[in-house]
Design a protein around this ligand. Structure first.
Ligand SMILES: Cc1cc2nc3c(=O)[nH]c(=O)nc-3n(C[C@H](O)[C@H](O)[C@H](O)COP(=O)(O)O)c2cc1C
Length: 176
């Protein structure tokens, strides 16, 4: 494990985020990973923060009640693109993604959620703030596009609102 200064990797993290990275949670002994491509890296309350945007219907949304998550970023997308797609199209409610994909979990250092060997750039985060987005404050065409009222939780883009989870980055490293 090589500890890193997270902002030395800002560029890499944001470039990978656009294509999809994983948020991993652990609750009641169960581990689940979900793909996200919305988020940001920044500083708030004088702390390094990663914010993710999770629709309320995702299994991950309820897993985040654990108060912690890891962010798992690939260093070799060609090798790991398929698993990122899988985690973005299957729910932990229906399938144990870790088992199905044979992911190699590495116990977290400061949080209960693990790191993932296949996606080694790891941010360990503790949730210090969460807030529901108010889609009614978006331009109408964005409301209609991103929150279509006729699509329930089973659709990728659906009527569920996003909640923002602000994770204080308490450890950043490349796992091995
Ligand atoms: C590339 C990609 C990016 C995604 N980004 C997000 C996101 O930022 N927020 C979100 O709520 N869902 C996002 N999704 C959808 C979830 O990953 C998907 O619904 C997943 O199956 C949820 O898993 P879970 O039910 O185990 O939490 C994305 C999917 C893909 C393929």
């Amino acid at each position: 494990m090589k500890e890193i200064e997270v902002f030395d990797y800002s560029n890499d993290i944001m470039k990978e985020l656009q294509k999809g990275i994983l948020i991993t949670t652990k609750k009641d002994g169960k581990v689940n990973s979900m793909t996200v491509s919305w988020g940001h890296l920044g500083i708030e309350w004088g702390k390094p923060i990663f914010v993710c945007y999770i629709r309320t219907g995702r299994y991950t949304h309820q897993m985040l009640d654990s108060g912690e998550f890891t962010v798992n970023i690939p260093l070799d997308r060609d090798k790991n693109g398929k698993l990122i797609n899988y985690c973005g199209s299957h729910s932990g409610r229906d399938v144990d993604k870790v088992k199905k994909l044979g992911l190699h979990l590495i116990p977290g250092i400061e949080v209960s959620a693990p790191a993932i060997q296949e996606l080694p750039l790891t941010l360990e985060c503790k949730i210090i703030y969460r807030q529901m987005q108010e889609s009614s404050k978006l331009p109408l065409e964005m409301q209609e596009h991103f929150y279509p009222s006729d699509k329930d939780s089973s659709f990728g883009i659906n009527r569920d609102q996003h909640e923002m989870f602000f994770g204080e980055i308490i450890k950043a490293y490349i796992a091995d």
